[in-house]
Design a protein around this ligand. Structure first.
Ligand code: ADP
Ligand code: MG
Length: 451
């Protein structure tokens, strides 16, 4: 299945997106094989990259599937670009997120090449009370891989820095031990590679490859759920690496025991080492993250704007960054420094207004009344659907309508873990956008609660 002919890739892309789009967007870009089955498309700046990602996400995915390769899009720091990119974006190349350094590139996926491709390092990771323990363990693991904490199991809801920390570990280990075989990959990639190796009868190579790593970092292992063959394979890989004191680092969106349909023998192994979770960052940490992220841009964003963003995007750092990116994009079209007013206007519809006098008690009572269930049931751990749904709605609304933190809300629900509240919030937030019926119910409830 392996191919290393760049023309094959270009042709496939051209076929899928059409000649005209190809010529406009890809013709002038450098495409390079960065390692076996792994290609990088170099774009001149972040805007170009985002544009290409947004517009051609699906065809690029299709090509990557069809040719069994990974295709990453990176910003080229070294003027990799040859010629004639659309002129609008050339102007933009002076703009946000152009890093001062010329060595690093954007959004890496894999570490096995000697060229380090990591954006996520310890240097640009902000440590706060929410991630202190995870960070400390990550540093210890980087200094003594395989010696201190093995396996290292990192968990948190989405967008709180697991991948960042894992890649920072990988980069740091590689820097200090260039001879090490280090592999960072997502559980999905691991599964896909396993399936391909079964199809191609190359399972022995697959096994050898992973069982001889010095450091293996497997991201988002909640996706092992229900995948029996992958679990089996990973179990043996784990054992071999563990027995040879090779470092194993795993991440998941929840604790191992909370992953359904994960074999007990795997759960118990994941518990052998050390676990650390990451919580949502507090206000100060969020501001610090925004400061760090805006450091390398040429746009000047005033502290009050950063604080405004930080107070409105609270539970997911990716969203926080998304908001900053929007502000950077807005400021691009202004000749003067962007004002807080402009930013506020832009975000108004999404802005949350925590209402102080609303308490979780009030919310819980109204929900129970509406769904005709008891407070005891609401705060219990019963898994019946007729209770779970109101409970999740109540948790979601507590977060949306009050200023309480996830752990604090957890306490109102019979002492539930903050991750439970976060999950419910994340889930309902999505459903609110996609499920019309639910949206109507929730809107009605909000009206009632606000009184
Ligand atoms: P996860 O893997 O948990 O879903 P990511 O590692 O992808 O989350 O993080 C989402 C984004 O937030 C990334 O761009 C990452 O750089 C950023 N981020 C998360 N935590 C921090 C932090 N403590 N300091 C700086 N950036 C962070
Ligand atoms: Mg991740």
């Amino acid at each position: 299945m392996t191919f290393n002919n760049i023309e094959t890739l270009k042709e496939a892309l051209k076929d899928l997106i059409g000649k005209k789009s190809y010529e406009t967007w890809f013709q002038s870009l450098d495409i390079e094989m960065t390692e076996q089955d792994s290609w990088t498309i170099w774009t001149p700046n972040l805007f170009y990259k985002q544009r290409v990602e947004q517009q051609f996400k699906i065809p690029i995915k299709e090509v990557s599937k069809a040719l069994s390769c990974e295709i990453d899009i990176h910003v080229n720091q070294k003027n990799h670009l040859s010629k004639n990119v659309p002129s609008k974006t050339e102007e933009a190349s002076e703009q946000p997120f152009q890093k001062k350094k010329t060595t690093s590139t954007d959004e890496p996926q894999s570490v096995s090449s000697s060229k380090s491709l990591f954006k996520y390092s310890f240097d640009n990771f902000i440590v706060g009370p929410n991630n202190q323990l995870a960070h400390a363990i990550a540093l210890a693991v980087s200094t003594n891989p395989g010696q201190t904490y093995n396996p290292f199991f990192l968990y948190s809801p989405v967008g709180l820095g697991k991948t960042h920390i894992m890649q920072a570990i990988a980069m740091s280990i590689q820097k200090h031990n260039p001879e090490y075989k280090i592999k960072y990959l997502s559980t999905e990639q691991f599964t896909n590679e396993l399936i391909a190796s079964i199809q191609n009868k190359t399972i022995e190579q697959f096994r050898t490859k992973y069982r001889t790593m010095d450091v293996l970092l497997l991201d988002d292992i909640q996706f092992l759920e229900g995948k029996e063959r992958t679990q089996e394979e990973f179990f043996h890989t784990f054992n071999q690496l563990y027995n040879e004191n090779k470092q194993i680092i795993l991440s998941s969106d929840r604790s191992p025991t909370d992953i359904p349909r994960l074999e007990d023998r795997l759960i118990s192994r994941f518990e052998w080492g050390i676990k650390a979770d990451i919580e949502a960052p507090d206000f100060e940490t969020r501001v610090a993250i925004l400061q760090k992220k805006s450091e390398n841009t040429q746009a000047r964003i005033s502290p009050d704007i950063l604080q405004y963003i930080a107070s409105n995007f609270t539970s997911n750092i990716r969203e926080l960054e998304g908001a900053l990116l929007k502000v950077l994009a807005l400021s691009q079209f202004q000749s003067t420094e962007i004002s807080l007013d402009t930013v506020q206007q832009h975000f108004q519809p999404q802005k949350k207004a925590p209402t102080v006098h609303l308490t979780p008690d009030r919310i819980q009572n109204i929900i129970c009344e509406h769904f005709n269930i008891s407070i005891e049931d609401l705060n219990s751990s019963k898994r019946k659907r007729m209770i779970v749904i109101p409970r999740q709605i109540a948790m979601y609304l507590c977060r949306e309508l009050t200023a309480y933190s996830f752990p604090e809300i957890g306490a109102f629900f019979g002492g539930k873990d903050h991750t439970t509240i976060m999950h419910a919030h994340e889930k309902l937030k999505k459903s609110y956008q996609t499920d019309q019926e639910l949206k109507i119910t929730i809107d009605k409830l909000i009206e009632k609660i606000r009184g």
